[in-house]
Design a protein around this ligand. Structure first.
Ligand code: SAM
Ligand code: DTB
Ligand code: SF4
Length: 331
């Protein structure tokens, strides 16, 4: 959206709530399957001792949190987990590593090997491994990684209050490498880090102005983890959260908008409002990377009550007008 600016984003965000939801629903019905919810599964394959200082993150080596650092997980353990996730109904498997950046060498080779095996299992593979350089994005893509997650997290202006060990443009550079390599871009942010409304709008503006726009936009509500500098942050107002989701849906009609971290503390009713506002993806499974997520049975019960169903990857692509490439059998 080349003509977009902060004023226009604010106009959408500040619409009377009823009109905002109406506009979001209209967009959602036009561009997405309104009854479909994408189920993704998340696995931390390399946990903790990260050199970065992201103030929200329990995995930074600078903060004393409950996280016990672990070395890169072996292939068998990850594949067992991917099998469980597939059986539980997830169509996408996202692997996270607490790295500042990927380094060429045996660990990256091992990740590439795992990526290719999870891909062969018939799941969409997503990785989030930190910054990429050189031909690493191409190598991930060639191994079968379909999507790369790399969040902008907040506005350009607020970013330096949250992270000092890298710059906003470093994130954008990696996202460009991801796109150029032919992977899908997954990029979003976190609400509840003490940012102002304009920072939330600035984040959405930044994402919506990417050309092409991100394929997935995860919106996280901060999980305040004891030991991190943001441990005492209060909860985001649920209505403000829903407004952000609706604005993201209107600005990025074709993206999967993922209701990500923070669902454990959200009521069924708030999550329902998020689905009404255009969220159409969740992480399934009782663990995010290091913090808890609602139990799958609870999620399935809510989807059931709402008459929503899990999206098969092909359906998500069809709804987004993309070429169907997945050889998967129906879920
Ligand atoms: N190290 C890689 C990176 O920073 O891109 C990948 C893993 S990192 C944990 C992935 C994302 O998780 C972050 O960008 C952030 O948006 C989210 N995240 C981390 N801790 C969080 C928390 N306490 N609450 C909500 N989201 C969080
Ligand atoms: C995203 O935006 N949220 C996920 C995924 N992408 C990698 C991570 C949430 C992490 C929450 C804190 C934790 O469990 O460590
Ligand atoms: Fe490291 Fe990623 Fe956590 Fe930042 S968000 S400390 S880069 S694992």
């Amino acid at each position: 959206m080349p003509s977009l600016n902060l004023e226009k984003v604010r106009e959408i965000h500040d619409l009377p709530f009823t009109t905002l939801i109406y506009r979001a629903l209209e967009t959602h019905h036009k561009h997405q399957d309104p009854a479909g919810v994408q189920a993704c599964s998340l696995k931390s394959i390399k946990t903790g001792s990260c050199p970065e200082d992201c103030k929200y993150c329990p995995q930074s080596a600078r903060y004393n949190t409950f996280v016990e650092p672990e070395k890169l997980m072996d292939k068998e353990t990850v594949l067992n987990d991917a099998t469980d996730a597939k059986t539980a109904g997830a169509s996408r498997f996202c692997m996270g590593a607490a790295w500042k950046q990927v380094k060429d060498g045996p660990e990256f080779d091992q990740v590439l090997d795992i990526v290719s095996e999870v891909n062969e299992m018939g799941m969409e593979v997503c990785c989030t491994l930190g910054m990429l350089g050189g031909d690493q994005a191409d190598r991930l893509k060639d191994a079968g990684c379909k999507v790369y997650n790399h969040n902008l997290d907040t506005s350009r202006e607020y970013y330096s209050k949250i992270v000092s060990t890298r710059a906003y443009d470093d994130r954008l550079d990696t996202l460009k490498l991801v796109r150029d390599a032919g992977m899908e871009v997954c990029s979003g942010g976190i609400l509840g880090m003490g940012e102002g409304k304009d920072d939330r709008l600035g984040l959405l503006l930044e994402l919506a102005q990417m050309d092409p726009q991100p394929d997935s936009v995860p919106i996280n509500s901060l999980v305040p983890v004891p030991g991190t500098p943001l441990e005492d942050q209060g909860k985001v107002d649920p209505i403000d959260f829903v407004r952000t989701i609706a604005t993201a849906r209107i600005l990025m009609p074709k993206a999967m908008v993922r209701l990500s971290a923070g669902r454990k503390e959200m009521s069924d009713e708030t999550q329902t409002l998020c689905f009404l506002a255009g969220a159409n993806s969740i992480f399934l499974g009782d663990q995010l990377l290091t913090t808890p997520n609602p139990e799958s049975s609870k999620d399935f019960a809510l989807l059931d009550r709402l008459g929503l169903r899990k999206l098969h990857p092909d359906e998500a692509r069809k709804a987004q007008g993309k070429e169907i490439v997945s050889p998967l059998a129906p879920a």
